[in-house]
Design a protein around this ligand. Structure first.
Ligand code: ITT
Length: 198
């Protein structure tokens, strides 16, 4: 079975391919789609459905899309759906992390969560569904760790006593917000596509 991940983010593609290892995961690059999909939704779910629906409309294949981001309590849920663009288009992880650290200089409540909504759209079966995953943590005072992307260096996971950027890919893939959403996608796929041979 083949599935397309409607994302231009190479880190996400690697993470999803590693987790959904029983399917062949194709990236937008693999299918030759290079245009940006404008994220005009007001929620993660709306944006994930928009991304998956746009690609599924262009090719007759099962498409998954992730919309995700960091929600910080003392910033009233920011950067939220604007996580990728919070420090301007094309910002590096240093720019993203530093912007948050600056805004939180005085903050005592440093609780935050990574939030992911995965949308599964199958034009052949007329399926359009979303699945959610959350991981809770704390924003530390400086960047720590070299792995991952985005806000990983400032997101501390108490149960592991490490930031996401200090975890190996395999370690992050077992607890990430994307993993938690994908666990449900996996169950759904197993229930609805068992025996299919696409
Ligand atoms: P696509 O839309 O092409 O999938 P994107 O990076 O623009 O790629 P989003 O619109 O979903 O993806 O924005 C998600 C942003 O949230 C991402 O760029 C990071 O800044 C942040 N983010 C999401 N998941 C993360 C993770 O696992 N670790 C660190 N930061 C993450």
């Amino acid at each position: 079975m083949e599935i397309v991940l409607a994302s231009h983010n190479a880190h996400k593609v690697r993470e999803v391919a590693a987790i959904l290892n029983f399917w062949k995961v194709l990236s937008l690059k693999d299918i030759g789609y290079s245009a940006e999909i404008e994220e005009t939704g007001k929620t993660f779910a709306q944006n994930a459905l928009l991304k998956a629906g746009t690609i599924a409309g262009a090719i007759n294949k099962i498409v998954l899309a992730d919309d995700s981001g960091l929600e910080i309590k003392c910033l009233h849920g920011a950067p939220g759906i604007y996580s990728a663009r919070y420090a301007g288009v094309g910002a590096t992880k240093e720019m993203l992390c530093n912007k948050v650290l600056k805004e939180m200089e005085q903050a005592t409540d440093r609780s935050a969560q990574f939030h992911c909504v995965m949308a599964l759209v199958d034009p052949l079966k007329n399926i359009s569904k979303t699945f959610e995953g959350i991981v809770k943590g704390q924003i530390i005072h400086e960047m720590k760790g070299q792995n991952g992307f985005g806000y990983d260096p400032i997101f501390f996971v108490p149960s592991k006593n490490k930031t996401m950027a200090e975890m190996s890919e395999q370690e992050k893939n077992l607890l990430s917000h994307r993993f938690r959403a994908l666990e449900q996608v996996k169950i759904y796929i197993q229930e609805h596509y068992l025996g299919d041979d696409k």
